[in-house]
Design a protein around this ligand. Sequence first.
Ligand code: CIR
Length: 258
Amino acid sequence: MSTNSHFKNAIVRMPCRRMVKGLSSAGLGLPYYNLALQQHQKYIEALAKCGVEVTSIAADENYPDSVFIEDAALLTPVCAIITNPGAPSRKGEIVAVERSLSQFYLEIERISAPGSLDAGDIMMVGNHYYIGISQRTNHHGANQMIAILKKHGMTGSIIPLKKVLHLKSGVSYLENNTMVISGEFLYKKEFSRFITIQVNPSESYAANCIWVNGTIIIAEGYPKFKEAVAAHGFSTIELDMSEFRKLDGGLSCLSLRF
Ligand code: CIR
């Protein structure tokens, strides 16, 4: 297993045709499956360029949102934690994800009812994990997660969310003590110790980006954000995310990195 300073692997899940039935509050219309497939392919290529080996799980038409694999598990350097996704239509996504993870992890833990948790609500900062309480993640789920992390020598703490779907819809950690922060998180005392890159409100979707072995993968079409990230000395790869954005999904949601 890798340490946080380097990811060796990523797991993605192929988009299914029924992604058009995915959960959405974006009001941007239905995604085009063929275009989503092309964008997904470019995402895989970007991960590979950053030096990770990409494992791909087959599409499953029973789960329209299953391409957003991040929500099904939290991966730490010592164990994998299978979640209990908050949306009823997404609960079954975990079966195939656990099967795939069993090739990589000996220690697999679980969140169980009445706890619910989407791992898009979890931001890893070294050994510490910030856990958003959201429409999908409840206190039971977060407390179970904190207990599991503790058992394995790590820590967790809770951040209540007001507006965004998931914690990482609004914040991203870029290692190097640097955090991308937007909207409701801008002046949170929990994040005051970090060097921050603030996202202009007109570009709030850009707040979800991923650090992959020193490169920051960002969504295409957010020039102010791109410039701010470059000004902090990071190299970037830009990807068109239009079809996943229509389903409230971002860059982090499309993979598990470990
Ligand atoms: C959902 O509402 O669950 C999906 N349409 C989008 C999930 C995005 N995942 C994430 O932010 N981690």
